[in-house]
Design a protein around this ligand. Structure first.
Ligand code: PLP
Length: 261
């Protein structure tokens, strides 16, 4: 049996809604074998991030080598990388892989808690984005990385050009945080030549914790199965839309998306 093998390089969310936990749930739901390189541990629940402990670079390197040297990978997803030395370490490891890489340039949580040091932004631009097959920034991450404030679909095009300028093969600009409250949310996937606009209904549901992690993991799962980037992104978007529609209350704050929908 050849099961698609997907590796997430990301942080732990003790509340089980985002991070490594969301990644592995997504991979299980999509029928691939999920593996993990942990970069940081967060003490986290539905109310926010209460503590962050980064792992030593050595621990990240050792986990990655353990997986790649024995089991192998068909696709990699990166999420929370926390610090500049960890971004640099992960970029260095990814330089040696032929597998497609989905980079979710995680910056700040929905609660406003920082998940990436400001001093790491330059390493994300110059080291991590060039290693990406697909980069999946939301609009806040676009602003952090490029300075562009996106207010409409034309702004999304400019954002995609700026992100592509840092070297990923494809940019998926997630428009969920666009101003206004349109009935639909729109994302733009482009490689600078093709443009794919993806529309989905906007759900009136505050329980959205883990959407970004879930989307990037679903894209990586599709790529591991051999799908093209546009098809993997379309299928991933359908998966996250279902999970988001089924997002549920947990604790006293923002609940998680549901992988059992
Ligand atoms: N915690 C971890 C470890 C994450 O990787 C992320 C997002 O990537 C979050 C929290 C934030 O999730 P959200 O912004 O969906 O609440």
């Amino acid at each position: 049996m050849s099961l698609p093998l997907v590796l997430t390089v990301a942080g732990s969310d003790s509340g089980g809604g985002a991070g490594i936990q969301a990644d592995l749930k997504t991979m299980l739901a999509l029928g691939v074998h999920g593996m993990s390189v942990l970069t940081a541990v967060t003490a986290q629940n539905s109310l926010g991030v209460h503590g962050v402990w980064e792992l030593p670079e050595e621990a990240v390197r050792a986990q990655y080598r353990a997986v790649v040297d024995d089991i192998g990978v068909h696709a990699v997803k990166t999420g929370m990388l926390a610090t500049a030395p960890l971004v640099e370490t992960v970029a260095e490891l990814l330089a040696g892989t032929d597998a497609p890489v989905v980079v979710d340039p995680v910056g700040v949580s929905k609660h406003g808690d920082p998940l990436l040091a400001a001093s790491a932004l330059e390493s994300v631009r110059t080291r991590l984005l060039p290693a990406a097959t697909v980069a999946t920034p939301n609009l806040d991450e676009v602003t952090q990385l490029t300075g562009i404030v996106v207010e409409d679909e034309d702004g999304m095009r400019r954002a995609a050009d700026a992100i592509l300028g840092h070297g990923p093969r494809w940019a998926l600009i997630k428009g969920g945080h666009l101003p206004g409250n349109a009935a639909e949310v729109v994302d733009l996937l482009t490689d600078g030549t093709e443009e794919h606009w993806l529309y989905a209904p906007r759900y009136d549901n505050r329980h959205t914790h883990g959407t970004g992690c879930t989307l990037a993991s679903a894209v990586a799962s599709g790529l591991a199965k051999g799908l093209s980037v546009p098809t993997a992104v379309r299928e991933a978007k359908a998966y996250v839309t279902g999970a988001l529609a089924a997002g549920f209350a947990l604790g006293r704050g923002i609940g998680p998306v549901d992988h059992g929908w």
